[in-house]
Ligand binder design. Structure first.
Ligand code: FAD
Length: 426
């Protein structure tokens, strides 16, 4: 009897979840091939999808633990060394006299914290680790266009890197078709880490009776930047160490119909996000001059931190994007395909757990794979038990994320508000 064949694993999508999944698979000695639609994020010319620049995210224990088990001991050290601890949330407002107020609410009585990380930097650190492994091949500018999960074959369209527009979309090019070329690849296991609009999920659905639910909430988001304290036109009383306001917090300006949040970055700026109903965006798009007044009324002090001209400019230039929530079940087919991260459970960002839960998917999946023989039958059992465990967890975190919108834009204002609402509900 010969040696058992090495598992050939295709990872579709080189976002944070795909890059970590590739690391886990490679550490098990598998032959790993990563296929990514866009160019290499580590090239300065590649713009992160949907963002004008990289955004920073809240990295929680769920994501940290997944990196801890990646087999790359210094990955987590590097990520942590380039992160900022956020010990709580800072609630901004104004008192009855109009004076600005800041109220710190600690996350944890024991002083535990979340970390603010730069999403692109995290992704790059992971890709650098993957690149060092001899059993991983990276293929950028390859788009999955077809997959037969029964025959274990996938088809990718290979393109020369097309130019990108400011919002990350690929600009239309007449010659694109001439230059693209289809590539056929076979595999034992395909890991679909290709985000909310996953093509792997679409092809998986042809082979498995997948229940699928997709919801757009009536809230749009737009990104803004508070510059470092030295260039900001205003600072708050908690500003320190070159930041325009406290770097120890995730900042929230709650409002009846939305909220504005800010997360610190290592360059001492803050990446901010406006969340508001689509009707408010439509009104402001008609009259961008009203953006400053809108901010002054709803988010006291925030416009001064950004700068009034910059606020309007960023509202006009940065994309206004929707928020999608996806639930599906199961997450796998037989022994040959499984979806992870946003591909399996895109969620609204109000719990700060989308990427964290995606990274956790990777840890949990490999726990199940390690517990079964590395054969097709063993993989079928592993993927089956993975879906059984993970689907209810994914649905729960999706629901919690939706519910936390109320908490962030309303509940945070006062513990009394929360108690009153809970009493009314009771
Ligand atoms: P993605 O990051 O979407 O990566 C998918 C990759 O697949 C992309 O590189 C894409 O180019 C590629 N791809 C797509 N289609 C194909 C194809 N056909 N062929 C090949 N490749 C393909 N999460 C947190 O944990 N904490 C936060 O604080 C947080 N804040 C957020 C704030 C906002 C405003 C938003 C919108 C999201 C936030 N999230 C947060 C969620 C987080 O960004 C996502 O959950 C995370 O990026 C998902 O990672 P992923 O690797 O699954 O998918």
């Amino acid at each position: 009897m010969g040696e058992p064949k090495t598992t050939k694993c295709l990872v579709v999508g080189a976002g944070p979840v795909g890059a970590l999944a590739a690391l886990y698979a490679a550490r098990r000695g598998w032959d790993v091939e990563i296929y990514e639609l866009r160019g290499d994020l580590r090239d300065a010319s590649t713009t992160p999808l949907n963002f004008t620049k990289s955004i920073n995210l809240a990295l929680a224990e769920r994501g940290v633990n997944a990196m801890r088990h990646s087999g790359s001991s210094d990955l987590l050290d590097r990520v942590v060394s380039e992160s900022i601890p956020m010990y709580g949330r800072m609630i901004h407002g104004a008192d009855s006299s109009g004076a600005l107020t800041e109220e710190s609410q600690q996350y944890d009585v024991h002083g535990r914290f979340n970390r603010a990380v730069d999403r692109a930097n995290l992704n790059k650190l992971m890709l650098d680790k993957v690149d060092l492994l001899p059993n991983v091949k990276l293929h950028f500018n390859h788009k999955l266009v077809g997959a037969d999960l029964r025959k274990r074959k996938a088809w990718f369209e290979r393109k020369a890197s097309p130019p990108q527009t400011a919002d990350g979309a690929q600009a239309h090019q007449d010659q694109t078709d001439e230059r693209s070329q289809e590539v056929e690849v076979d595999f034992d296991l395909m890991l679909g880490c290709d985000g909310a609009h996953s093509n792997v999920r679409y092809h998986l659905m042809k082979f498995v009776r997948m229940n699928y639910e997709q919801t757009y909430i009536d809230t749009l988001w737009c990104e803004f930047t508070i510059p470092p304290g030295s260039s900001a036109s205003s600072k708050t009383p908690t500003a320190k160490d070159g930041f325009a306001t406290s770097a120890d917090h995730l900042h929230i300006w709650p409002a009846d119909d939305g909220m504005f949040i800010a997360i610190p970055s290592v360059d001492k700026s803050f990446t901010c996000t406006l969340f508001a109903p689509s009707a408010i965006f439509a009104t402001l798009e008609q009259d961008p001059a009203a953006v400053t007044d809108f901010f002054r009324t709803n988010f006291p002090g925030a416009a001064d931190l950004i700068g009034h001209a910059e606020l309007r400019e960023q509202f006009e230039q940065n994309p206004h994007l929707p928020l999608i929530s996806i639930k599906c079940s199961p997450h796998h087919y037989g022994s040959s395909g499984v979806i992870l991260g946003d591909a399996a459970h895109a969620m609204v960002p109000f719990y700060g757990q989308g990427m964290n839960a995606g990274l956790e998917d990777v840890r949990v999946l490999f726990q199940h794979l390690d517990a079964h023989p590395a054969t097709p039958a063993g993989r079928t059992a592993a993927l089956d038990s993975y879906s059984t465990e993970r689907v209810p967890d994914a649905h729960t975190i999706n629901d919690l994320a939706l519910a936390n919108y109320w908490e962030m834009h309303s509940g945070v204002r006062s513990p009394l508000t929360l108690i009153r609402k809970r009493v009314e509900e009771f």
